[in-house]
Design a protein around this ligand. Structure first.
Ligand code: GLU
Length: 425
């Protein structure tokens, strides 16, 4: 790809990872160099400063971002992250991955992602509400139900989405539920959205077990990340008879080959937010947890969890990427060379359940016509199954990894849409 005037804007290891993945797939698809930049580089980046009153009376200013990757297929779509790591490079990469994800599963969206550089757990509830509302207020000129539709991501939840929706609606003068997804059901959210990502991860793991030939009752799983994705995936897998031998979040990691009581751990985090203090025994170093033996390894926390440092030592048969970008390209190469045929469910497929049900929520809000939960789940699993079939068929056809097949399908869809629409003016 040639250098661009924006080349310096998006920096950091996560953006470089997105670029490297894209170039690898662009090579495979024979995309000319002068076409690559148009497909890869984000269309828009918005940076805002968000001042709020702290509880002690002082004023603090937080940096917020939103990146809208491409506008070719419809509005942009993607989560809003409140985390200390947030910068425009990370958000840009996450927006690009959202584009490939939406295209892979057939949603009429480009990718978007936003966030605020903040540790939300250092804020009081009032401060969190003030910051959420101020961020949405700053974004009003740049978002809309047919422009860019936000959703939860790391550090945000349905309560934050309700504040976003309320703030946008107060400025509009009427209730605009379709401005964000992942809202509480009580104010225009859909049944099944909160659990959708974790359930989708568990559904695809179930399919991968059938493909690889592993019985649920004999299977073991380790799950890194115990937020909305990891905890629901753990519960769903446990319900299917899988023994959960390891879980972790940033506060603690537990490993017990005899199995952990996932329901008790979820109940503990409901009360105490994090895993720390949940168990006196079974403590393990969080890096060590990832390399313990298991059938299913689920990185469901941050980017870059499986790297060149540990990829040679992970001991699983299925790698199910609940997080976005948990495996670096260097780690991918090491895993491919090991020759033990780990079945990878790549992030843009594995965690797509969230945005799929977000799409259902948006459609229901636009139509003011709501579905029951079985209908949501049926459509969710059908969409994931079709995407899985397409990824596996493409991997076999082209002799490439599941990740490259998933990325190729996503990138190709965006590329074709751009080619058919042509270049304006
Ligand atoms: N933040 C989620 C993701 O990374 C969900 C995005 C959405 O529902 O729009 O896929």
């Amino acid at each position: 790809m040639s250098a661009t005037s924006q080349a310096g804007l998006y920096q950091g290891p996560v953006f470089e990872m997105a670029r490297r993945q894209f170039n690898q797939v662009a090579d495979h698809l024979n995309i000319a160099f002068d076409e690559r930049e148009r497909i890869f580089m984000p269309k828009r980046a918005i940076a805002v400063s968000c001042p709020i009153h702290r509880d002690d009376g002082s004023v603090a200013v937080f940096n917020g971002y939103r990146v809208q990757h491409h506008l070719t297929l419809g509005p942009t779509k993607g989560g809003t992250r409140f985390a200390p790591s947030v910068d425009v490079g990370e958000v840009g990469a996450l927006a690009i991955w959202m584009s490939w994800k939406c295209a892979l599963v057939g949603l009429p969206y480009g990718g978007g992602k936003g966030g605020i550089t903040v540790d939300p757990y250092t804020l009081s509830l009032r401060e969190l509400e003030a910051l959420s509302r101020r961020y949405m207020q700053e974004m009003i000129p740049f978002v809309g139900p047919h422009i860019d539709v936000m959703a939860p991501d790391m550090g945000t939840d349905e309560r934050v989405m309700a504040w976003f929706m309320d703030t946008y609606s107060m400025y509009s003068g009427s209730t605009v539920t379709e401005i964000v997804t992942g809202k509480p059901v009580a104010c225009g959210g859909t049944l099944g959205r909160r659990e959708a990502t974790g359930r989708g991860v568990a559904f695809l793991i179930g399919r991968a077990m059938e493909i690889v030939g592993i019985e649920s009752a004999q299977a073991t799983a380790i799950i890194q990340g115990f937020g909305n994705v990891g905890s629901i995936a753990a519960l769903e897998l446990a319900q299917r008879g899988v023994r959960i031998v390891g879980v972790s979040d940033h506060s603690a990691a537990y490993y017990d080959p005899c199995g952990l009581d996932v329901e008790a751990l979820v109940a503990f985090t409901r009360e105490n937010r994090f895993l720390k203090g949940a168990l006196a025994e079974a403590l393990i170093d969080s890096d060590e947890l990832l390399v313990q033996p298991c059938d299913i390894l689920v990185p469901a926390a941050m980017e870059r969890a499986i790297t060149a440092d540990n990829a040679g030592r992970i001991k699983c048969r299925i790698l199910a990427e609940g997080a976005n970008g948990p495996t670096t390209p260097e780690a991918d190469q090491i895993i491919a060379k090991r020759g033990d045929e780990i079945f990878v469910l790549p992030d843009i497929l594995c965690n797509a359940g969230g945005v799929i049900v977000s799409y259902f929520e948006w459609v229901q809000d636009l139509q003011r016509f709501f579905w029951d939960e079985p209908e949501v789940l049926d459509k969710l699993y059908g969409t994931l199954e079709r995407a899985l079939q397409r990824v596996m068929a493409r991997a076999v056809r082209d002799g490439i990894s599941n990740r490259d097949a998933a990325l190729a399908l996503g990138v190709e869809t965006v590329r074709n849409a751009k080619a058919i629409r042509g270049l304006f003016p």
